[in-house]
Design a protein around this ligand. Structure first.
Ligand SMILES: [Zn+2]
Length: 469
């Protein structure tokens, strides 16, 4: 869903540039955009009703079909948004204000599609919880009451939307502020103002996340006790300072964990309630060890050069292609259509930079996950006093992934842009039994990826600098 959300935001932000490219009228555009969430709501509702009937009849597959559609809903809405953005809708009100209003309307339709999906999912979640009450009691796990439908939708929105949108919206908004400030005080330096604003925004996000997330998500301190002692001793044996371990209350709906904060003094680990309550202790420790792996390898910091290198490389590829296409096509079109050809090619170039950049970023991020999985196995094996990776450590990490998939109702084979599918990660882990604790192929590959990204970014800066001089 994160990737679909980023696409939705990108389409909304590009509304000004896309306007008028399809020749559709403004009303048609507005209706198509609104059709996205309506289809998600109605079709999802029909699938949810079918899933309920199949659960009544004790047939399998109903909830799976519902959740499969649920994950595609935001993509459907993004498609509707793209059609609407290419209509005359962004031009109804002339000027920058009209484009901004269209962007907000389009993005609201995208968000509505995600909320509609959660609205439908509430019924199925409640039914699954009812169906598993007996097992929960048998396993002596705490029984969370199902929240009301509205509380469920809001909790899912808080968990799924805020962590993705806040880090994107703050730099984008500040880059706009920087551009506007530059245009009034230093005319001609708008690009520098925009860049400075974006960098300031990224800095603010990095520094403020550990302070903002706890109140936003309503985190509570993990109570003192054997679990906390175990988790703290694991962090100590990894040599990682952790200021706080938070429990993320989700009414038992989300099984997830994350490290927040780059600076050691602000660094916290958060583990959701479902993860703590439903997973055996060794799996909770494996999840913690995986998160500590991300910290040991400074994955959060390495993401920055990797992202920048992905955009730079995508630009290197797409810009000459667009130029080539212009020279090939320009003689074919008349003088009058040249301007719209340039517009279409600029749009195609920017869109392919976005897609290539996101694809490359996803690839790198999946290798970071694999490395953190391997680190978790090594850390757990080392604590057990072994000189090589143990079957127990692999079983704990692999089992933790299987539990996360089960608790979050994610099919193991479903691809994930940033993490890779659960099955892909478990297949890799299965090869790790009995391996010496030293560096692995994945470590060398990630190091190569990181340092070559730094080289690409430096080359791109030099290139731009020499081109400007
Ligand atoms: Zn991870």
């Amino acid at each position: 869903m994160q990737l679909a959300l980023i696409f939705q935001l990108s389409i909304a932000l590009l509304a000004g540039e896309l306007a008028g490219t399809s020749g559709l009228g403004a009303w048609t555009g507005a209706l198509v955009a609104a059709a996205g969430p309506v289809i998600v709501l109605l079709f999802g509702r029909a699938l949810a009703a079918r899933a309920e009937r199949s659960m009544d009849a004790r047939e399998s597959g109903g909830p799976e079909r519902f959740f499969a559609f649920q994950s595609k809903g935001p993509w459907l809405a993004a498609l509707c948004m793209a059609v609407a953005a290419s209509s005359d809708l962004p031009r109804v009100v002339p000027g920058a204000f009209g484009a901004a209003a269209a962007s907000i309307y389009l993005f609201a339709c995208g968000i509505a599609s995600i909320l509609a999906g959660h609205w439908n999912a509430w019924r199925i979640e409640a039914r699954i919880r009812e169906a598993t009450i007996i097992r929960t009691l048998d396993e002596a796990r705490p029984l969370c009451p199902m929240p009301s439908r509205l509380a469920y939708v809001l909790a899912q929105a808080r968990a799924g939307l805020l962590p993705v949108l806040a880090p994107l919206v703050i730099p984008v908004a500040l880059s706009e502020v920087g551009r506007m400030a530059a245009s009034s005080y230093f005319p001609g330096d708008e690009a520098i103002g925009q860049f400075a604003g974006a960098i300031a925004g990224i800095g603010i996000v990095f520094l403020s996340v550990p302070l903002l997330i706890p109140p936003i998500l309503g985190l509570v301190r993990l109570a003192p006790g054997p679990l906390r002692d175990d988790l703290e001793s694991l962090a100590r044996s990894a040599g990682i300072g952790v200021r706080e371990i938070w429990v993320w209350p989700t009414d038992g709906l989300v099984a997830n964990a994350a490290v927040i904060g780059v600076l050691p003094r602000l660094r916290c680990v958060m583990l959701s309630d479902a993860l703590l309550e439903c997973m055996p202790r060794e799996q909770v420790l494996a999840v913690m060890a995986h998160e500590l792996g991300h910290v040991m390898r400074r994955h959060l910091l390495w993401l920055l050069p990797v992202i920048l290198a992905c955009w730079a490389l995508a630009g290197f590829i797409a810009a000459p292609l667009a130029e080539w296409a212009y020279h090939a096509l320009a003689p074919e079109v008349g003088e009058g259509s040249r301007e719209s050809l340039v517009g279409a090619l600029v749009l195609a170039r920017d869109a392919s930079v976005l897609v290539l950049g996101l694809a490359a970023f996803g690839y790198a991020s999946r290798r970071f996950e694999r490395q953190a999985d391997a680190d978790a196995v090594r850390l757990l094996s080392e604590r057990g006093g072994s000189g090589e990776t143990t079957a127990a450590a692999v079983a704990a990490m692999s089992g933790a992934l299987a539990s996360v998939a089960f608790l979050n109702r994610v099919p193991p084979e479903r691809p994930s842009w940033r993490h890779g599918s659960i099955a892909w990660r478990r297949r890799y882990l299965a090869q790790l039994v009995g391996v010496p604790l030293g560096p692995l192929a994945v470590d060398r590959f990630v190091a190569l990826l990181g340092w070559s990204s730094v080289v690409v970014v430096l080359a791109a800066i030099l290139w731009n600098w020499s081109a400007a001089a």
